[in-house]
Design a protein around this ligand. Sequence first.
Ligand code: SF4
Length: 365
Amino acid sequence: MTLPVLDSASEPTPAPVDDARRHLLDVSQQELTQWLVEQGQPAFRAKQIIHWVFQRRVTDFDQMSDLPKSLRQQLAESFRILVTRQSAATESSDGTDKLLVSLPDGGEVECVLLRDGTRRSICISSQVGCAMGCVFCASGLDGVDRNLTTGEILEQMLLLQSRLGEGERLSHIVMMGMGEPLANLDRVLGALDVARSSDGLGISPRRITISTVGLPPAIDRLANSGVPYNLAVSLHAPNDELRSELVPINQKIGIDAVLDAADRYFDSSGRRLTFEYVLLGDVNDSDESARQLVKLLRHRRVLLNVIPYNPVTGLPYVTPSKRSIANFRQILESGGVNVKFRQRKGSDIDAACGQLRRNRASSEK
Ligand code: SF4
């Protein structure tokens, strides 16, 4: 499909790559406060600046009308607010918007806004590409290029927030776009600190979900952060043999270690765990797979999200048949597993992660 490339005249102009000014969104509130104090300014100005960017959505220091003019000038000389550019956008008939975001070094990531009733959820990327190599995923096909910075993660949130109409309010954040968030944990946590702060986006951690293939040491670090984010573990298979095929990183970890770490997270956070299971036709959708899943999950307080696969161009996997979906569901429900079957939203706009970036790249070749 042809992707509409947005009129760059309507977009904030990104600073050139050799611009020496710091990215404001990469600077923590503490660092900003310290910088302000060094300029002879009161510490409370940091909150004012953050409020202008995240609540009032301004993209130019000059618009921060309650700051002294001289400070606005100093800020503009030392920092840039935005460094990314929205290079393409698609809107689905079901209310899903998907953006392709260009980074200052030429890399690209995707992020998505999903509308469901009054709920407005955004799905955010944490890395350029992904090293986990899940065999059915477009994002991992070319490996990982680099981690996103805290500011680049926050800019995706701002870009999506700016698409909301009157009366719409951002309600949920899901770190489930391109990349493995726990492989870039410090920067992801830095961005989520701002997302949940009342001067930032003001989203409760109970409405923020971090998705992972299951990296036990990082899950433990997340638990130690003491903030009760929701944890979603992508399982995709009920035994090590199949999981190691579908999620290659599993060869080094194993399902038992992933489940143990998830249990520890539940014990320390008190948040119900979610497990994700992409259902691939004739691969992991057998009755036996469903029975093995029941054994793994029935004694745990979890929600299992089963997502019938969306085919990705160039990959051999197919959507499961209606019959196998019904059988799979029946076995899980009668086994006492709390299960939800989800339809991927935005299926008419390449909403599976990494598809927009790949499709655009191949259309440009
Ligand atoms: S499904 Fe997620 S973890 Fe797996 S390769 Fe894709 S982006 Fe990475």
